[in-house]
Design a protein around this ligand. Sequence first.
Ligand code: NAD
Ligand code: GLY
Length: 348
Amino acid sequence: MHVNVVLNKTTSKDYSVIIDTLEKLVFETKVMIVTNTTVAALHLASLQTRIEAKEVHTLILPDGEMYKNFESLNLILNACFEHRLDRKSILIAFGGGVIGDMTGFAASIYQRGIDFIQIPTTLLAQVDASVGGKTGINNDYGKNLIGSFWQPRAVYCDSTFLKTLPKREFAAGVAEIIKMAVTFDKAFFEWLETHDLHEEANLKMAIHKSISIKADVVSQDETEQGIRAVLNYGHTFAHVIENQTHYTTYLHGEAVAIGIVMANALAYTLGLLTAIEAGRVRKLLEHYELPTHYAINHLETFYDAFFLDKKSANDTITFILAKGIGGNEMRHSIPKALVFEALGAFHA
Ligand code: NAD
Ligand code: GLY
């Protein structure tokens, strides 16, 4: 005997990403804004004037990737209990990708899941992290290894928040924009080669274009069974670099920039990308003063670390590679010798 439990194909609801000046947000429920010390000092007062709700609570966490952990998650959950948030309450993630990922994860597990809204304040979070519902925290074994897919109810991208962003943080966001252009949209890449994102109008255009690419990919593959993995271009390498440098040397987007150059070296070795194309990508990254080199001390150790990546299954590493500019290819089982050959230029 058996009983089939028939479920809807997806429980996620559609939502909008509003790319505009943030107007007043009105809620009939309790809300809790989750932010960090840096964003709170710069922008919290201005946000609070724009939120109207039954009760508005605020939790200010310490700032940094090293706090994207169980302790911070617990602080968010405890604050939810303390303020007696119920299943109709809403969390508002107000900050960069760290705050967004942690708040989303907390929302996904508090009372088996409540709504949350993303108000991203870094370029990286606006063009990538806030859209698509990947949430999570880091642990000793690596980045984002604990988490869930939990879509926000809405995302509000207001580029005026980005005016206070330090230069390096801005560039880190540009790395994710370049990532999307290289793997999905040749015309967008060529546009990026000729338009400086320090100009407000260009920046808005690039934010809109990047979010459109990401939304399209997520619509096709919410839980990363296929095409969504392409958004991890550069990340297999970046996660190892971040882990080896204890998340202190490079910003995530900076590590992604190096990872893109490493992935392109592998794509070149496999004949998927020409030297000229790889050079154009590197030049664009360098235009934004992003790092493009990392000295690998020990190739074996670097290679072994790939196996902790979420895209590694059954002891096989999946590499996300550019196929020309604007195209992509996922390759499994690339011989180790070829990977070593490609990474030779990075060997210290
Ligand atoms: P972050 O959240 O650490 O923010 C970077 C720094 O900028 C922090 O010090 C922050 O306090 C500060 N900051 C934020 N807004 C500011 C503002 N307006 N003015 C001045 N300073 C400001 O880092 P991030 O680059 O935004 O995000 C990286 C994180 O996002 C990583 O943990 C990464 O794993 C995650 N991520 C998630 C996804 C996803 O799909 N969920 C995608 C990409 C990255
Ligand atoms: N940043 C990768 C993804 O959202 O899938």
